[in-house]
Ligand binder design. Structure first.
Ligand code: GSH
Length: 216
């Protein structure tokens, strides 16, 4: 992953990602591209001042957006699938059998719909009303409980190693945890907390979170 400053420097032979470092959707896309060992240029946008080039390619104006050889992919899960299917390098997707894949898709869907809604409500509630904040925190537990049951004896959601599902879901659980880390550590889900600790220290995640140092 190489951060660039100028669109004029777009290399037509290299995937180009409009990204935002702290966006969980963009995190999962960057992680998948890195895990697939795909060399790509990234451009850090400002959500308040989106580049016209991005809006021209994808008028809905969300990140991440991947541009490669006139192909435009503007949904994070599709970017992940593109990365995993265009490279032999990662086994994040290959590792899942058909039944697991259906389960993974279901879990990711719940993450992107219900859990994301709970996460936003909790995150944006001002801190001064502790009772409301606490209630919104607990509203997110339903999903964390589903994750906890999912682990079984594995350290990751579907396997002994991270898969597509861990990469897709972790950035959202992380955001939920980081609203108040001490409070998160009080949840009664031991495996989920261990997974959270392991994922946040994982090189794949750390490499996806390097600060944009612009090279060209
Ligand atoms: N369904 C999209 C959602 C992406 C999304 O909502 N990204 C946020 C940033 S985390 C965004 O770009 N929001 C637009 C804005 O804030 O104006 C995906 O999976 O890629």
């Amino acid at each position: 992953m190489n951060y660039v400053k100028k669109f004029s420097k777009i290399n037509p032979n290299k995937p180009f990602l409009f990204s935002y470092r702290r966006c969980p959707y963009a995190m999962r896309a960057r992680m998948a591209l890195l895990s697939a060992n795909i060399s790509f240029d990234a451009y850090e946008i400002s959500l308040r001042d989106k580049p016209l080039e991005l809006l021209k390619l994808s008028p809905k104006g969300t990140v991440p957006v991947l541009l490669y050889k006139k192909q435009i992919i503007d949904e994070s899960l599709e970017i992940m699938l593109w990365a995993y299917t265009n490279s032999e390098y990662s086994n994040h997707l290959k590792i899942l059998n058909q039944i697991q894949r259906v389960d993974a898709d279901r879990l990711i869907h719940t993450n992107d719909s219900q859990f994301k809604k709970s996460l936003d409500a909790y995150k944006y509630e001002p801190n001064d009303n502790v009772a409301i904040k606490d209630k919104l925190f607990k509203n997110g537990w339903g999903f964390l409980e589903a994750i906890e049951e999912r682990f079984g004896n594995n350290a990751y959601l579907f396997s002994k190693e991270p898969t597509f599902a861990d990469v897709a879901i972790f950035p959202f659980v992380r955001q939920f945890a980081y609203v108040d880390l001490d409070r998160f550590m009080e949840i009664p889900y031991i495996r989920t907390k261990a997974w959270f600790e392991s994922m946040r220290k994982n090189d794949l995640f750390l490499n996806a979170m390097v600060k944009p140092i612009v090279t060209s």
